[in-house]
Design a protein around this ligand. Structure first.
Ligand SMILES: Nc1nc2c(ncn2[C@@H]2O[C@H](COP(=O)(O)OP(=O)(O)OP(=O)(O)O)[C@@H](O)[C@H]2O)c(=O)[nH]1
Ligand SMILES: [Mg+2]
Length: 344
């Protein structure tokens, strides 16, 4: 049996092996992922982001537990977890910590946990995370939780990848209004105040409410920068649907370590899921996400192709001319483009 068939038939070891290949961006990994791709598109992806130490892993643990133990007698979905740490160059500590934080899930064969430290560029990280989600999706995990430390671009990446994005805050992290970054409301579908057992929770809640009143979250995520993804999307001539009612992110208070408020949080996630499904937003998210992922890979491929075409010495000389103000960056690009056309 090949790797792909083993994954489709639920072999955990093969799944772990492919995830490592995806993480290392190997060609074999990409080929296996392409074979699995037709089996994807069934999972519901939930992103969990927020400042370091706010309790994201603890929350992922108790949320996964809640999904695995439904109280309505329905069969429990299988849950995949990806914990991304974009800041740590080493994965050892993070993985060890997550093992402790997620101990309630140990021994549950309906749960698969994978921690990943940063590799490569941030763009690479987004593509790697997307690839891992796709592998778990094809392997039949119906709920996929992706944890990432909120840090600029990685926050936006997770929001574009996830159907529902949770932003986790905690009291005592500098509770004034400045601490609530403007960007957070752009990506949050649900705001979680974790560590509700600690003092200062009212201040955090007030600050969040005030920011919510100021900002009216809309479909901002689908506005993207001038990337090849934008060009691909333009070519598709589709635009975001306009929902009849606006989704105002609810504020949910939790104590992750005691599982308090987690049932309510799961309920909010299910409500958001219904909202995006009923308003045609889920479909649009998928169109956007697939075009975005393709665009990111296209950019990478074009750039590396181009790089192979230009001899290092020519690159060096031209860049030096820009530095010496002999030619402008625009002229440099014209030369690079011309050199390439002349050769091909
Ligand atoms: N008092 C209290 N402590 C909590 C709560 N949730 C998590 N913690 C503790 O906060 C610390 C950090 O929790 P994690 O779950 O590792 O937080 P995290 O956001 O995943 O951390 P990073 O991944 O390192 O950014 C741990 O010591 C947890 O036991 C809570 O609701 N109340
Ligand atoms: Mg964590």
């Amino acid at each position: 049996m090949g790797l792909v068939d083993e994954i489709l038939s639920g072999k955990r070891l093969s799944l772990a092996r492919l995830l490592t290949q995806i993480e290392n961006e190997t060609t074999a990994g990409r080929e296996a992922l392409s074979e699995l791709y037709p089996y994807t598109g069934h999972a519901y992806v939930i992103g969990i982001t927020g400042a370091p130490g706010t309790g994201k892993s603890s929350l992922v643990n108790s949320l996964a537990y809640a999904f695995r133990h439904p109280d309505d007698g329905k069969p429990a979905p299988r849950v995949g977890i990806i914990a991304v740490d974009p800041s740590s160059p080493f994965s050892g500590g993070a993985i060890l910590g997550d093992r402790v934080r997620m101990k309630d899930l140990a021994g549950d064969t309906g749960v698969f946990i994978r921690s990943m430290a940063t590799r490569g560029s941030l763009g690479g990280l987004a593509a790697t995370t997307a690839g891992m989600v796709e592998v778990l999706d094809a392997a039949g995990f119906e709920i996929i939780l992706v944890e990432t430390v909120g840090a600029g671009q990685s926050e936006i990446d997770i929001a574009r990848l996830a159907h529902t994005t949770l932003v986790v805050e905690a009291p005592g992290l500098g509770d004034d209004i400045q601490a609530i970054k403007a960007g957070i409301l752009e990506i949050a579908d649900i705001l979680v105040i974790n560590k509700a057992d600690l003092p200062g929770i009212e201040i955090t809640e007030r600050a969040l409410k005030a920011s919510l009143d100021l900002a009216h979250p809309t479909l901002h995520l689908f506005r993207i920068d001038k990337t090849s993804a934008a060009i691909l999307l333009e070519g598709m001539q589709i635009s975001a649907p306009t929902p009849t009612d606006l989704w105002i992110p609810p504020i949910v208070k939790t104590i992750a370590t005691q599982k308090t408020g987690v049932a309510e949080l799961k309920q909010s996630i299910l409500e958001h899921r219904r909202y995006i499904e009923q308003n045609g937003l889920k479909h649009f998210q998928e169109v956007f996400r697939t075009a975005y992922e393709t665009g990111v890979l296209l950019e990478e491929a074009l750039l590396s192709n181009w790089r192979q075409d230009i001899p290092g010495i020519e690159l060096q000389e031209t860049l030096h001319k820009v530095y010496a103000r002999e030619i402008s960056p625009w002229e440099a690009v014209q030369r690079f483009m011309h050199a390439r056309t002349a050769r091909s």
